[in-house]
Design a protein around this ligand. Structure first.
Ligand code: SF4
Length: 393
């Protein structure tokens, strides 16, 4: 059953079939847009029609679907009744390139809007079409995404990317079988799991006067709860003369709030002294995302040793999953909390051409910089809380 008029959507799309041209080199162009009843809210995004599907003109009847059917049946999912099916590229039997995925995306977007899936299971490279169109940033390779339940807050659903089952079938060995089954279990679990709450920027307090900063730090010294903290600095390596810490933020356990205060080239003496007391207090557990950075800047610029380190969320992320390219705070925040893109405004000011250069942190809009810094420590503490829940610390 066709769900809506694919041609109508593509005619209105700026790129559409004229730029994609896949319909010119296949037997069954523009295969039906969405099939299935989708009772459980699972949308399966197939990469493209298979050769058999193209030859017969019957969508979603090839080996991929058959393999999935068997595996999903074991998990209590019926492919026809419980799922919607759609192609990331609706014609042609070769892998679509990025431009073709982009050209066809309006159909996928319309389907998502209409059927409101709880979970999108993206097969093969089809995950790219979702990420290209909604989440600019480093997509890199498939392995970076495979199997993770990614909360897509803008689309109000989860996405899990996995192999084309046909690929796993052709290379049928213990590893692929195990991974594929594991990914499908993740999909089923997501159907019952609410999306994470979006982070509210009201949870970040930008502390604009030194009296309030001292008050907060004194409270922290009395309460002695663990904190995650973060610096925005004038460069990467503090050893070069003239470097400074522009602002610092901390988020007390369990990460409901964070506070960011200014240090700058000439920090307020009272604020600096209280902050150094906090850093030196071994009873206040410290967490950072890449401990060596905050530790080194504290030692070199503030001349203060940090006592009480209890966690490094970059290492914990690596322990949880040792794939490359997944441990940065930005990637982890997207993966675990669906938060992305909050660095955009600040990025040009905190990057320098060479590791020893000065950046332009002092030229950044200071409110935006402090909000960014506060977000970093808040997300670090939330990651730490998650790792504790998982029993990794
Ligand atoms: S894949 Fe989509 S955009 Fe490309 S030619 Fe076919 S229907 Fe048109």
């Amino acid at each position: 059953m066709g769900f809506f008029d694919l041609q109508d959507i593509l005619d209105k799309s700026p790129a559409g079939c004229a730029s994609c041209r896949r319909h010119r080199s296949c037997l069954s162009p523009k295969m039906t847009s969405v099939e299935g009843q989708g009772n459980k809210g699972l949308m399966i995004l197939h990469e493209h029609p298979s050769e058999e599907e193209d030859e017969t003109g019957s969508p979603f009847t090839g080996k991929n679907t058959a393999c999935l059917e068997t595996l999903f049946a074991d998990l209590g999912i019926d492919m026809e009744e419980d799922c919607f099916h759609i192609y990331a590229a609706a014609c042609g039997t070769k892998k679509p390139d990025n431009e073709q995925l982009r050209a066809h995306y309006p159909t996928v977007a319309s389907a998502i809007k209409r059927v409101k899936p709880k979970v999108i299971l993206a097969l093969g490279d089809s995950f790219r079409s979702i990420l290209f169109s909604n989440y600019k940033g480093a997509i890199k390779d498939f392995n970076r995404w495979r199997g993770f339940p990614v909360p897509l807050l803008d689309l109000n659903c989860w996405m899990v990317a996995t192999f084309n089952p046909k690929f796993a079938d052709e290379h049928w060995d213990d590893l692929y079988t195990t991974l594929l089954k594991q990914d499908l279990k993740t999909v089923v679990k997501c159907l019952e799991t609410p999306l994470p709450e979006p982070v509210n920027t009201d949870d970040i307090e930008i502390v604009s006067n030194s009296g309030r900063a001292v008050e907060l730090l004194e409270k922290l010294l009395k309460r002695q709860v663990p904190i995650a903290f973060d610096y925005e600095t004038s460069g990467l390596k503090p050893q070069r003369k003239g470097h400074w810490i522009q602002c610092a933020s901390f988020s007390p356990w369990p990460g409901n709030r964070s506070f960011c205060f200014r240090l700058g080239k000439h920090p307020d003496e009272k604020v600096l002294s209280k902050w150094c007391q906090v850093l030196g207090a071994s009873k206040i557990g410290k967490v950072a995302h890449n401990v060596s950075f905050e530790d080194m800047w504290s030692r070199v610029v503030l001349k203060q040793r940090v006592a009480g380190w209890i966690g490094d969320t970059i290492l914990l992320a690596h322990i949880e999953d040792n794939r490359s390219g997944i441990v940065s705070l930005k990637f982890q925040s997207f993966l675990r909390f669906g938060i992305h893109g909050y660095e955009k405004e600040i990025k040009p000011f905190i990057e320098a051409e060479y590791p020893n250069d000065f950046n332009k942190v002092d030229k950044a809009p200071q409110k935006a910089l402090m909000s960014y810094c506060g977000m970093d420590s808040l997300l670090t503490m939330r990651l730490f809380a998650r790792f504790r829940q998982l029993g990794l610390v």
